[in-house]
Design a protein around this ligand. Sequence first.
Ligand SMILES: [Zn+2]
Ligand SMILES: [Zn+2]
Length: 411
Amino acid sequence: MIMKFRFLGGADTVGRMGMTMADEEKTILVEYGMSPTKPPEYPIVPPRIDHLLLTHCHLDHCGMVPAICARDNCEVFTTPLSAEISEIMLYDSLKIAIAEGYNEPYTSDDVERTMDLVVPFTFKDTIELGKTDVTLHSAGHIPGAAMFEFKRDTSTLYTGDLHTADQKLVLGAKPVKCENLIIEGTYGGRNHPPRDESIKAFIAKIDEVIDRGGTVIVPCFAVGRTQEIMLVLKDLGYEMWVDGMGRSVTGLFLNYPEYLRDPRAMRAARKTFREVKNASMRKHASKGQIIVTTGGMLDGGPVLEYLRLFKDNPKNAILLVGYQAEDTNGRLLVETGSIVLDGVMVKVECEVRKFDFSAHAGQDEIVEFAKKCKPENIVLMHSETREMFLEDLQDYNVILPELGKEFELDV
Ligand SMILES: [Zn+2]
Ligand SMILES: [Zn+2]
């Protein structure tokens, strides 16, 4: 059976994901995100949608879901954990749009309606959408993140964001045998150092900074990275604080222990960190030795308060553990040693280091995973460097879809 596929965004970019798959009966939308750039960027608007499938709660995948659900009143299939965190992310993104003076692409009523339309399903569950059966598998990216296996005459796997190596928070994804593999390629042309090495170097740097009397600031994304770093640091015995949205997300993760690799370790990590529950507690946190705080790209959130306090003393250190997108304060810091605080460019005198704790598979991991799925066709998406895979995948029919252009797969 032939189905028509179309990327509405996120084919040759990392951000604003959206893909439709359609037969004469139904149109399924897989993810509908946004790029939180300035101004934000959105995917192409699709025709009427019958069902929406969401892999996980990062804004580049879920950020525009309410615009479609409010329009078409379609159900959203996702894990209950992804649904709960998406809700927080969507309200937060709406708040940012209002604060920055951008058009709101949907209302808070639309978010509420979307949440009412969520049909929770979980790993190994199968649902029927018309003539297509959909089974959920763990994507190994963050807790609750799913891959979709579509079964009809043959099978098609859509990975969403994927990691194949084990992290402390979640185990790596396992290959699923399929005919068509639609796979992300964020790290085309690049590989990660082994996670153990990153952890060792990260902890050695922390010991060094604290030995010289400095304070360590670890800016983190709220969902996933904050908790991975808490797990890495939990046994160090330093005075450690956690601040920002990452703190509440940890609580949500613990409400769904089935999505965590080791819920006991997560509970233990949470106990070893002191929590900044209101603004006045920040002055206590500032006397601590390590502060893990939202936001990961230094563009907002409590991290700015800490930067203000700690940036001038060379004994202190800012340890970056996440991706720094273009036009963010984090990228500016890495490239120029300065950041923008209250609209003014200021020099950062403390030490700045980067460590690789990526939640995406590297080039070799993607290739290995793809080969183990034994597909005929491989569709590469979510990547600015897709050509880097062509040589390694030359035995397969590789498709590099273009934005808005239809292609067909036998499904
Ligand atoms: Zn993601
Ligand atoms: Zn993504």
